[in-house]
Design a protein around this ligand. Structure first.
Ligand code: 5GP
Ligand code: ZN
Length: 115
């Protein structure tokens, strides 16, 4: 855990997000500033600052994040209509919280290419 990390505080319970999923390794909660009718953040409980910091040892964890996002998409009713999984890395992508997360966005048509 990183003491000054917002998402680590959600993992510890110091801040309580609007949870949609939790297990030993992963937490998922509603984004506070949703960009679509469904906007959920799926995070590992372990602090990893950026996608650049992932190692080969994290392969199973990264796969798990996607599989859990898939399940949440089905539970929230956007599996068939469609959704987007996005992970922003560093400044050009607009990363603003330095603890990796998958954005699950759905419930409306999403433009491509992204801005
Ligand atoms: P990034 O910009 O790093 O890709 O995504 C960070 C996301 O975290 C943003 O979509 C932002 O709205 C969300 N966020 C920031 N602060 C909070 C918070 O306190 N609670 C929740 N639930 N989401 C947050
Ligand atoms: Zn963290």
């Amino acid at each position: 855990m990183a003491a000054d990390c917002l998402f680590c505080k959600m993992v510890s319970g110091a801040i309580q997000p609007n949870k949609v999923y939790e297990d030993n390794d992963v937490l998922a909660f509603r984004d506070i500033n949703p960009q679509a009718p469904v906007h959920v953040l799926v995070i590992p409980k372990r602090h990893i600052a950026t996608v650049n910091d992932l190692t080969d040892a994290d392969a199973a964890l990264v796969g798990k994040l996607t599989l859990i996002a898939k399940k949440i998409a089905a539970e929230l009713g956007v599996a068939d209509s469609g959704y987007r999984l996005v992970s922003n890395c560093n400044a050009d992508a607009g990363q603003s919280v330095w603890h990796i997360h998958l954005h699950l966005l759905g419930g409306r048509g999403l433009q491509w290419p992204p801005g």
